[in-house]
Design a protein around this ligand. Structure first.
Ligand code: G4P
Length: 539
């Protein structure tokens, strides 16, 4: 069975406004090992996209899409990421966009968040908020993306529910609004109290999440008789939550100041149906997207989309290039000729695809919130707009995110320095890596900056194969970065533990080996005008 459904299969009205109302486009933000692959698989299973869990996750001998990709990644040394999983649930079309998170954590991971309307923050019940989750949450915060929290792995010992809720409110300032509350502590849990209906939803041990479990509901009286003291405790805690502002407030969720919380177990398939119901009921649908001038593009306007990810080398047989675009308005029809806003040139969409893992299905139509993969897209870069008809539209570009890895690039073949320069420029334009300039290091030694080190491998490989310009990279020891508000202060930052780089847009980055170096420099020069590099405020 296909891992991706065509919108035809789930029925469509052909009206972009009505189709948008049925769309829920989201991504999972989490730290590696929290259970993102398992949850993706369980969501797809609930939606019956795949008949048996395993088509996405692929561990322990199950048929794997993601694992195949990781093999390719290993052998080919390039960043392989999937794009979007589409499935129907109730009368909705759900688009789950992938956020690569292990070794392939990169700027792409952040960029995906420019293409979603909401996010599911997946936490491991034993670990709570972890570093990668916090970084991704920061991007959600700056974009104002509403976040649903799913506390996973409740089937095994972990932290207390109240403690996890406190951590959410204290560390990231989101007010937790648990929709369910665990009955029995993690590891010994009987089920959850559905705080809205007052029912008990029983947890049944199923066969490693491979099959869909039926939900067992009891009313409060039955639950008190069956579960006893732990049910009593859960109802009391739930009342305390109500008294302290823990009840559902939809407006606060949409304003991204509060987060609905669910407890569950992705691997045991518990709480996953509740998550889907919540997405359908509460998560925002695609809305009119503001263009670069701030005017919202109405959903019913002719087709428009923006590219949030460009990927090369997905198909080992061809040196292809796929641009992933999120539809913002109108109807996309395969074969339509759209205009590339940056150049004004026509772009033919004959080979539009939906891609998830290795599975590629031709997409015929798509609506606001959907993702299309455009093949042979050599003209398209990250942030580019495509549109059809009139009026013309250009969406704001996707900003650069705070890099954490830096390396000086030098060509090892002086005879090919022209190709080297051209290649570096191309990679910068495509957003493969950020390219910075150092006054002290000079023209021939651009500094590459990346969110994840895998981006360097991709850059090196592409310079060598496409531009025949072999390079050597000298890794620099910087990991902390700030924007320097006043470029005249750059001389204060030429120390053993800091340096200054110029970005193509004219802004100046101050980089430090670590937080200690940053603090020491600030003690010496308290007048330094340093700011956090965050996507939204830079834009
Ligand atoms: P990731 O994509 O976020 O990195 O996580 P992934 O789904 O690969 O899950 C990481 C590990 O956590 C896996 O175990 C997975 O089975 C386990 N896991 C996910 N959800 C749950 C849950 O709800 N409860 C429990 N107890 N475990 C969960 P693994 O040993 O690395 O792999 P596997 O061989 O079990 O598949």
């Amino acid at each position: 069975m296909s891992a991706v459904t065509d919108t035809h299969a789930v029925g469509h009205t052909g009206n972009p406004g009505q189709e948008a109302a049925r769309r829920r486009t989201f991504a999972v933000i989490s730290h590696p090992d929290a259970g993102k692959s398992t949850l993706t698989e369980a969501l797809a299973l609930h939606a019956r996209v795949i008949s048996e869990a395993g088509a996405v996750h692929g561990k322990a001998g199950r048929r794997g899409v993601v694992s195949d990709w990781l093999d390719m990644e290993r052998t080919r040394g390039i960043s392989i990421t999937s794009a979007a999983l589409q499935f129907s649930y109730d009368d909705c079309v759900i688009n789950l966009l992938d956020t690569p998170g292990h070794a392939d954590f990169s700027e792409d991971t952040y960029r995906v968040l420019s293409a979603v309307d909401s996010a599911v923050m997946l936490l491991d019940a034993a670990k709570g908020l972890e570093p990668q989750t916090l970084k991704l949450f920061d991007v959600c915060r700056h974009r104002g993306i509403p976040v649903i929290t799913f506390i996973n792995k409740w089937d095994r010992p972990g932290r207390e529910a109240l403690e996890l809720c406190d951590e959410i409110s204290e560390r990231i300032g989101l007010r937790p609004m648990p929709l369910t509350w665990p009955v029995g502590e993690s590891g010994h849990f009987h089920g959850v109290l559905d705080r809205e209906s007052g029912d008990f939803v029983g947890y049944e041990r199923t066969d490693a999440g491979a099959h869909l479990a039926a939900e067992r509901r009891l009313d409060a009286e039955q639950a008190a008789a069956e579960v006893g003291a732990e049910w009593q405790q859960a109802t009391e805690e739930s009342e305390l939550l109500s008294a302290s502002g823990g009840d559902l407030d939809e407006a606060a969720f949409h304003a991204a100041t509060a987060t609905p919380v669910l407890f569950g177990s992705a691997v045991r398939n518990f709480g996953v149906g509740q998550l889907l119901d919540l997405l359908v009921r509460l998560a925002p649908q695609p809305g009119p997207r503001p263009d670069a001038g701030g005017t919202p593009r109405e959903l019913e306007a002719p087709f428009s989309a923006f590219v949030f990810k460009v990927q090369t080398g997905m198909d080992p047989a061809h040196r292809d290039r796929v641009a992933f675009a999120r539809v913002c308005s109108g109807e996309f029809e395969r074969g339509m000729v759209a205009t590339h806003a940056a150049t004004g040139k026509p772009f033919a969409t004959k080979y539009a695809q939906q891609v998830f893992g290795q599975q590629r299905d031709t997409v015929e139509t798509a609506y606001p919130g959907d993702v299309v993969g455009l093949v042979n897209a050599s003209a398209l870069g990250v942030g580019d707009t495509l549109y059809n008809g009139k009026p013309a539209v250009e969406f704001p570009g996707i900003p650069s995110f705070a890099p954490e890895h830096f390396a000086v690039a030098r060509t090892t073949d002086p005879g090919r320095s022209k190709q080297f320069r051209r290649g570096i420029e191309q990679l910068s334009q495509e957003g493969v890596v950020q390219v910075l300039h150092s006054e002290t290091r000079g023209e021939g030694a651009p500094v590459l900056a990346a969110v994840g080190p895998m981006q360097f491998d991709v850059a090196t490989q592409r310079l060598e194969s496409e531009f025949r310009s072999p390079i050597e990279l000298e890794r620099l020891p910087y990991h902390v970065v700030r924007l320097l508000g006043d470029p005249r202060q750059r001389s204060m930052l030429r120390t053993r533990t800091s340096e200054v780089f110029d970005r193509p847009d004219g802004s100046v980055l101050a980089v430090f080996t670590d937080n200690l170096a940053l603090r020491t420099t600030l003690r010496l020069h308290p007048e330094l005008d340093l700011h956090h590099v965050v996507a939204a405020t830079e834009h």
